[in-house]
Design a protein around this ligand. Structure first.
Ligand code: ADP
Ligand code: ZN
Length: 736
């Protein structure tokens, strides 16, 4: 375990200290240490104007303000002090992403009730003696308490397990037969046992696992790309690294891109280590978040499975971070603090002598290039586990298909689906478009219905019976008449979304059970998880899904994947269009045939089968694809061979965004000093969102150039008019 001398640093009462709060002040402020002093990293409450706010002892006083004018810290809070490693991480992540420190601290303190003392909860255990009168219900309560070997229960939980009302339990409490006790509310998580045996690894898996274990055992920072086709056992292999980490008494974090994936993963952890890990994501209750936050700091949670924000938890001693499906776009936070969890994982690990495993079947070009350059290690799992084979990939040339009007499933694909259904297997139709139809057009005047607030078309969602703007979420009913020409009954949907595809499938296969998996169709993470589990057990014949299904779900009965519009992602001018299409289609194809003895196939509907990206997907020559893609980016000085920063200016006032954009382009001295170029201002691809006009500038620099300080200096030259927002996106992923 690492210990940091600084972690013990104590400031005596009256010593000037700097305190970082989550208030938008830009930097830490000086105070005087309270009575009894305070340690570095302690959570405190400080006066700020007339208010009391929470803050963190960030370091010695800066001396900016005369000592005589400093106010004392009001008091120390009960939460565990933040360790040096996390403070460094917050500071470095803020520098890297050009985010003000307070906003960064806010990410690290996203748990309710942090400042409150240890809360207690009431639980129920077996007391003394027997009840005066034994009833059936009373008997069941006592049985439950005996059966679970003295485990304490919450009132509702106990009553539910016993199938009685809470009054029965209360009655037993009166007689002392059941005891009511107070325990700390935030208890530690069950201990995971790393010494339990895992599955028997193949030679290839064992070799990879051995190397990963050694890395963890070294206690030194290092990042490894674990590349292997879907089903090759990456998860089994990285769980071995987790076992090594736990055995050494350090904590591990596994990041997953999608909440719906966590259910299956938790069960695998339980099977491997005998207990479930702590969970951290938006689907977790406030109480549970608080518990996770506290227990992670108090070393009462050894493994956390979570979404990207778990990276900011106050770990006691983090030894391993796994980023599963590392290429996934959801690791990049696209609003608020703009950061890439994959890159920040590497940063945090490097500050704490921890390892990083980046697992993927289709790594990002960034990670691939880092492995090529020797910055990351690379381990490959070439084969699917056991007898299972990678699916066959074939193109369906849409030019040769006899397509009926308002039909998107070609006769060839229909034939293939029918053959699978006959065998009792599942087929997946993949289309990355939510809703019923992406565009609603007036057949009289050609008008397309757009959002009033955004520069975007409204998408028809028939399930909700409304038009929805995918930019701002605004909805409205489908109007009876065209808003432009007022002709009635001429509005018609154009193009398919998953709901419309489901309609076509239902008409063609009336007997089939059809499941539509699209993020907007599920009210809660729990409902989505349940549906995914149900489908995995055979609860559907045809699955129709958006990118939600391209991610690591394991559907054993699924043997055919049909990609409805393989060309969709290639149409934009996005720098990563080829990379993303390649990853997405290979990923979704990899969903098929994960079980031995069931041969999988993937059929890609395309209008341009000769397109180089489509050809690369079909041939499976991944290294060739990446080499070619890398060459193109290198030649153009584009990431990962060059650096970029995106600037988005937005305001309700269109003139002010263009004026400031033009001024920024002119006064580019700080950028020119480092040899960087600025492009724009240009209207952003989505030129208006929520009534705000958006203008983009793009800064391009050489790989080694000190981009962040230059951008910071450049931006600092300008005063922002009221209502104008400026967002800096370092290493932008998408350009919307
Ligand atoms: P990936 O993460 O690469 O998609 P998984 O680790 O999920 O692969 O493995 C795919 C399936 O094969 C899982 O059901 C897993 O339990 C099983 N599996 C992989 N390796 C082994 C092994 N050595 N022994 C038994 N089952 C294995
Ligand atoms: Zn909108």
């Amino acid at each position: 375990m690492r210990s940091h001398d600084d972690d013990q640093r104590h400031f005596p009462a009256g010593a000037p200290v700097s305190v970082l709060t989550t208030q938008p002040l830009g930097r830490p402020l000086d105070y005087l240490a309270p009575e009894g002093g305070c340690t570095l990293g302690a959570f405190v409450s400080v006066p700020l104007g007339p208010r009391q706010v929470m803050g963190l002892i960030w370091g010695p006083g800066t001396g900016e303000v005369d000592r005589a004018r400093l106010r004392p810290v009001s008091g120390c809070l009960e939460a565990e002090p933040v360790r040096t490693e996390l403070r460094e991480f917050i500071a470095r992540a803020a520098d890297y992403t050009l985010t003000p420190l307070p906003s960064m601290l806010r990410l690290a303190t996203r748990a309710p009730g942090l400042g409150e003392g240890e809360a207690l909860k009431r639980v129920y255990v077996r007391g003394e003696g027997e009840p005066d009168r034994m009833t059936e219900a009373r008997g069941r309560v006592l049985d439950v308490l005996d059966e679970y070997g003295g485990l304490p229960f919450a009132l509702g939980e106990l009553a539910q397990l016993a199938g009685c009302g809470t009054s029965v339990v209360k009655g037993l409490v009166k007689q002392g037969v059941v005891a009511e006790v107070e325990t700390p509310r935030d208890g530690p998580f069950p201990t995971l046992d790393p010494s339990r045996p895992g599955v028997e690894l193949s030679a290839e898996q064992a070799a990879a696992s051995g190397i990963l274990r050694e890395g963890v055992a070294s206690g030194q920072y290092g990042t490894t790309l674990l590349k292997g086709v879907t089903g090759s056992g990456k998860t089994e292999v990285y769980l071995e690294a987790v076992a090594e980490c736990l055995a050494r008494g350090r904590q591990a974090l596994v990041l997953l891109p999608e909440i719906a994936l966590t259910g299956a993963f938790l069960s695998r952890v339980e099977a491997r280590f005998g207990a479930k890990p702590a969970e951290w994501h938006s689907g977790v209750t406030q109480t549970e978040r608080r518990r996770v936050w506290r227990m992670v700091a108090a070393n009462g949670a050894s493994l956390v499975v979570g979404a990207r924000s778990a990276l900011f938890l106050p770990f006691h001693d983090l030894g391993l971070i796994v980023v599963d499906e590392e290429h996934d776009g959801s690791y990049k936070q696209e609003d608020g603090v703009l950061y890439n969890a994959r890159d920040m994982a590497v940063l945090r690990a490097s500050l704490n002598g921890a390892r990083v495993i980046l697992a993927s079947a289709t790594p990002s070009l960034e990670t691939w290039a880092n492995a090529e350059a020797g910055k990351y290690d690379r381990l490959d799992l070439a084969a699917r586990h056991g007898e299972a084979r990678m699916p066959r990939l074939d193109a369906i040339d849409m030019r040769a298909e006899a397509m009926e009007a308002s039909s998107w499933i070609s006769p060839s694909l229909k034939g293939a689906v029918a053959a699978r259904l006959e065998k009792g297997e599942q087929a997946l139709l993949f289309l990355n478009r939510r809703g019923y139809a992406p565009v609603t057009v007036c057949r009289a005047c050609g008008h397309q219905i757009g959002c009033d607030q955004c520069d975007a078309k409204m998408v028809e969602h028939r399930f909700q019976k409304r038009l929805v703007c995918h930019q701002c979420g605004e909805t409205k009913p489908i109007p009876p008449a065209c808003p432009a020409c007022e002709v009635e009954g001429k509005l018609a949907p154009v193009g398919p979304g998953v709901e419309r595809l489901a309609e076509e499938a239902a008409a063609h296969w009336p007997e089939a059970r059809i499941a539509v998996l699209s993020s907007d169709l599920f009210g809660s993470a729990r409902a989505l998880k349940a549906r995914v589990a149900d489908i995995a057990e055979g609860g559907a014949d045809i699955i129709i899904g958006t990118q939600l299904v391209a991610k690591g779900h394991n559907f054993p009965l699924l043997t055919l994947v049909g990609v409805i519009d393989t060309d969709l992602g290639l149409q934009g001018s996005d720098l990563r269009a080829a990379e993303h299409t390649f990853q997405q289609v290979r990923q979704v194809a990899g969903r098929a045939g994960r079980v031995a003895g069931r041969e999988g196939a993937a059929l890609l509907q395309t209008w341009q089968p000769e397109h180089p990206v489509i050809r690369a997907i079909l041939s499976g020559d991944e290294e060739g694809f990446w080499q070619a893609e890398a060459e193109e980016r290198r030649a153009a000085g584009m990431p990962p061979y060059g650096r970029m920063a995106g600037i988005v200016l937005s305001s309700p006032d269109v003139a002010s965004v263009f004026d400031l954009g033009a001024a920024m382009a002119r006064q580019d001295g700080p950028l020119r000093k480092i040899g960087a170029q600025v492009f724009g201002p240009a209207p952003a691809p989505i030129a208006r969102i929520r009534g705000r006009h958006r203008v983009r500038l793009l800064v391009k620099a050489a790989k080694g150039a000190p981009l962040q300080p230059a951008v910071a200096e450049w931006v600092a030259q300008f005063r922002l008019p009221t209502n104008l927002r400026l967002a800096v996106d370092i290493d932008p992923q998408s350009f919307y």
